[in-house]
Design a protein around this ligand. Structure first.
Ligand code: ADP
Ligand code: MG
Length: 359
């Protein structure tokens, strides 16, 4: 267990600044998940922490010790990649124990440690097999085993489950949650999978273009996104965004959007002329009687997913899209015209610069 601290970390590749001053603390035993669009610097950040890349400026500390310029092998950090490069000619036991053999530990110690790690990862039955005789999930467990055996202070995972099929990802997600509670280790985990991020994280860090947009618990980010970027990135299907104008002349409590008017019952702390964005998650949209309507919309597509349905609308008189998530049951048909209402408690407003205009 260890506390990881990043202070004003930057990284340039040539003239391009890829990491633009990142400050972050991962507490002892914390599970921190990095999310963000492709190319925003998540992998680079992990490579800086392991020492596979050197920082341009800033500091990396583990338990107060400055490791910014330490060799990767001296940092007590282990990384598991998406493509788990196992040695094809070595069996599972030798793959897991490889790092310890390299460190010239006595054979008996290595065997004991391999057995322990194999038990934790439930690959005891597979120790004699070669990687090609394993399923994807088993291979990934062996790759994790190789890093556990070194007893690192900090684990880094770079999209470790992306190569697995959907069913296996669910199983491995639980494995990783178990592993975390069992080892109590500090873990940094990069994923583009919303469910992995929401379920595994103690805290999620949302990256965008080399900077942190927001850090918080999954539900903080879901309920109180600091800006439109985070609001749109967390949650699947994504939050609906509607361009809105405050109704003149008083600008109090009423917003014009495509296809209707939304009475929000509070003033918005921006000039009435500012173009703002109303955000509402698909689960906070409902079909209502016409008197209660916020807007009129036409059903485009209905997706029945079993436990729930997704309904895609187009607001009347515009090309504004709105998505609704509902429990399954009788759904409208494509082409139907319906009245939609947004849950007043769950409406988000964003200024023209994207910042949240929280209540
Ligand atoms: P992510 O993992 O979030 O998808 P990366 O950290 O891999 O993003 O990359 C961030 C940016 O840095 C990208 O624009 C990428 O092209 C660039 N980059 C990554 N590694 C190098 C490198 N070794 N040399 C030059 N540019 C790089
Ligand atoms: Mg990456």
């Amino acid at each position: 267990m260890a506390k990881l601290k990043l202070e004003k970390v930057t990284k340039n590749f040539g003239k391009v600044e890829v990491i633009k001053g990142v400050d972050l603390v991962a507490e002892h035993g914390e599970f921190v998940v990095f999310v963000g669009p492709s190319g925003c610097g998540k992998s680079t950040m992990l490579r800086l922490i392991t020492g596979l890349e050197s920082v341009t400026s800033g500091q990396i500390l583990i338990d107060g010790q400055d490791l910014t310029h330490a060799k990767p092998s001296d940092r007590g950090v282990a990384m598991v990649f998406q493509s788990y490069a196992l040695f094809p000619h070595l069996n599972v036991a030798d793959n897991i124990g490889f790092g310890l053999r390299l460190a010239k530990l006595p054979k008996a110690d290595i065997e004991r440690r391999v057995a322990e790690v194999a038990r934790i990862l439930r690959v005891e039955e597979l120790l004699d097999r070669k990687p090609r005789q394993l399923s994807g999930g088993q291979r990934q467990r062996v790759a994790i085993g190789r890093s556990i055996i070194r007893d690192p202070k900090v684990f880094l995972f770079d999209e470790p489950l992306s190569n697995l099929d959907a069913a296996l990802r669910v199983i491995m997600r639980l494995e990783i949650a178990r592993l975390h509670s069992r080892l109590g280790a500090t873990m940094i985990y990069v994923t583009h999978d919303q469910t992995e991020a929401m379920t595994l994280a103690n805290r999620i860090v949302v990256f965008n273009a080399g900077m942190i947009e927001q850090v918080g618990s999954p539900m903080q980010l879901y309920d109180r996104p600091a800006n439109k970027f985070v609001a749109g990135f967390i949650g699947s299907p994504a939050m609906n965004f509607l361009t809105a104008m405050q109704d003149q002349p008083d600008g109090v409590g009423s917003l014009s959007v495509s296809g209707g008017t939304v009475a929000i019952g509070r003033s918005v702390n921006t000039p009435p002329s500012e173009r703002i964005t109303l955000g509402v998650r698909p689960e906070h949209v409902a079909i209502v009687s016409s008197e209660a309507a916020d807007l009129i919309a036409k059903v485009e597509i209905v997706e029945e997913l079993g436990a729930e349905s997704l309904v895609y609308f187009q607001a009347a008189g515009s090309n504004q899209q709105v998505t609704m998530r509902t429990s399954s049951g009788v759904q409208p048909k494509p082409g139907d015209q319906v009245s939609l209402r947004f849950d007043r408690e769950r409406i988000h407003l964003f200024g023209s610069d994207g910042r949240s205009l929280a209540k």
